[in-house]
Structure formats: structure tokens, C-alpha cells
Design a protein around this ligand. Structure first.
Ligand SMILES: NC(=O)c1ccc[n+]([C@@H]2O[C@H](COP(=O)([O-])OP(=O)(O)OC[C@H]3O[C@@H](n4cnc5c(N)ncnc54)[C@H](OP(=O)(O)O)[C@@H]3O)[C@@H](O)[C@H]2O)c1
Length: 257
């Protein structure tokens, strides 16, 4: 039976770059995002450029019923998922109380619940077959509270902790769990407004290459670039009150219109 790498959020930004880096290495792909129109040209292009089999499935992963439907299809399908890349996410910026609640709820559904559910369902199939790999995309925002993007940072802390926990739990079943924690990327997605156009952040392609190489070496925690590594380390060493205040000052400055 053919094996596939399932990549969520594969229609743009880092998910697209990760899918391309995997296709370049000869991996068959199953791409997931909400819109068929965005996925179809990507699947066509990767099939032609890299000679791999590329399937796609439009699914709003923040809708539990749609996710259930997708998981049932996956269970009944012929394709084995030997790599799950959980990259789809929503971000939030600004004062928590000023956010539209339904968007906050979507963020939690997508960044936390859908990711955990995919790990659970696909992780179980992998364990039954005796192996596989899961790459969850968190962020350097996972290492500290994130005032002015509190839900986003909290959701990424969940991803980081879940991934590190599962790595140890699933070790015996042959399922390897890795977590990717990039700093701000040069994309329009979760990049704070003030950093857009700046040459400082890494591109999604640079981060994807780093992630795919680290995945091949089965690295538990992947933090691309020295700036992100420094930030992650500083957040763990500095006193908690200082981390909170510094994060608030930086996030507030960057998220101000
Ligand atoms: N950008 C950064 O600076 C940065 C920094 C650190 C970590 N990250 C993380 O890297 C990942 C990618 O970020 P990005 O900036 O590249 O994001 P992006 O460009 O906004 O792309 C998000 C992807 O997720 C898909 N998506 C959104 N909502 C969805 C839903 N409900 N169901 C299914 N798919 C959905 C989008 O496709 P559709 O809209 O077509 O559904 C798109 O393919 C995220 O996990 C993010 O937290 C980003």
C-alpha cells in the first residue's frame, strides 16, 4: 500500500513550504486546507515537478463534524499515513477582551483540538502498523506567555507540551513525535504587522528545509535559526515576571497597527 505524508495547512506559508520540501525528497503527499481551489493547483504542480503522488482534501479542521468525516475517510482509505505534519493554525493579535469570541473559539478548535485529534487518530493507526512520524508545528511563542496574543501563545504551549509528552509515551510503539518551533516567518499569516517586509525573519522555505533535515535525524525539538534558539533559551532562564513583562512590551509594540 502506498504511504503518504499528511500535511495540514498545506495551501500557503510554512505548510506549503514543508509540503514542497517533502515532495522534493520523493514523499507522496495528502494536502489539507479549507479550500479546494487553493489545493488543486499545488497538487498538480508538485506532481509534475517532483513525480510524486499528491492527493488533496478540502476540510475545515476547526469544524469537529467535518474533521470526523475526514478521519473516517482516512480510516477506510487505502493510503497509509507514515508522516503527519500538523501545520494549520490561526493566530490572534490584540487585546483578548476585544477579540471576536467565535474567532477565538475557532483558534482553539484548530490549533488545539484538531491537532490533538489528528495526533490521536493517525497516531493510533501508526502504532498499529508499528511506526510513523508526527511533526507538530508550534512556535517560539510556546515558551512564554504571550500578552496581546494570549490565546495563540497558549495554544502553541499546548502543542509544545503535548508533542514532548507524546514523544516519550509513543516511543515504544515506534511513533516518533517531533515539534517545530519557528520564530516569526516572512509570511503574511501569523507574522506581526511590524515585522512584515523586514529582512530579519527566516523564510518559510528556510524553516521547512531545516525541519525536514531535523525530521530525518528524528530531532525532538526543532528551533530553526540562532535568534529563535536564543529567545527560547532566554525565556526558560529568566525570571517568570520578567519574561511576562518583556513579552507584553514586545508583542504590544509589534501588534500595534
Ligand atoms: N508565520 C509566522 O510568523 C509563524 C511563526 C511561528 C510559527 N508559525 C506556525 O507555522 C504554521 C503556519 O503558519 P503560516 O504563517 O505559514 O500560516 P498561513 O500562511 O496563515 O497558513 C495557514 C494554513 O492553514 C490553513 N488553514 C487555516 N484555517 C484552517 C482550517 N480551519 N482548516 C484547515 N486548514 C486551515 C490555511 O489554508 P486555508 O485558509 O485555505 O484553509 C493555510 O494553508 C502555524 O502553525 C503557525 O502557528 C508561524
Amino acid at each position: 500500500m502506498p504511504s503518504y505524508a499528511l500535511v495540514t495547512g498545506a495551501s500557503s506559508g510554512l505548510g506549503l513550504a514543508l509540503a514542497e520540501a517533502l515532495a522534493r525528497r520523493g514523499r507522496n503527499l495528502l494536502l489539507v486546507a479549507r479550500y479546494r481551489d487553493e489545493l488543486e493547483p499545488v497538487a498538480l504542480e508538485f506532481t509534475q515537478r517532483f513525480g510524486v503522488d499528491v492527493l488533496f482534501r478540502a476540510c475545515d479542521l476547526s469544524e469537529p463534524l467535518r474533521l470526523t468525516g475526514f478521519l473516517l475517510e482516512l480510516e477506510e482509505s487505502e493510503q497509509h499515513i507514515d508522516l503527519l505534519v500538523n501545520c494549520a493554525a490561526l493566530s490572534s493579535q490584540g487585546h483578548f477582551l476585544a477579540q471576536d469570541w467565535l474567532r477565538e473559539q475557532d483558534l482553539i478548535e484548530l490549533n488545539v483540538l484538531a491537532l490533538a485529534r489528528l495526533c490521536h487518530a493517525v497516531g493510533n493507526s501508526m502504532a498499529v502498523r508499528g511506526g510513523g512520524q508526527i511533526l507538530n508545528v508550534a512556535s517560539v511563542a510556546a515558551f512564554q506567555p504571550g500578552p496581546w496574543m494570549s490565546s495563540y501563545a497558549a495554544s502553541k504551549a499546548y502543542v509544545l507540551h503535548l508533542s514532548e509528552g507524546l514523544r516519550e509515551e509513543l516511543r515504544q510503539s515506534g511513533v516518533a513525535v517531533c515539534v517545530l518551533c519557528p520564530g516569526p516567518l516572512r509570511t503574511q499569516g501569523t507574522l506581526p504587522r511590524k515585522l512584515r517586509g523586514s529582512r530579519l525573519p527566516l523564510t518559510p522555505e528556510e524553516v521547512a528545509l531545516c525541519a525536514v533535515l531535523a525530521l530525518e535525524r528524528n530531532r525532538a525539538l526543532i528551533i530553526p535559526g540562532w535568534r529563535a534558539r536564543w529567545l527560547a533559551r532566554a525565556s526558560r532562564l529568566a525570571p517568570r515576571w520578567l519574561v511576562r513583562k518583556a513579552a507584553a512590551a514586545v508583542n504590544r509594540a509589534y501588534t500595534r497597527p
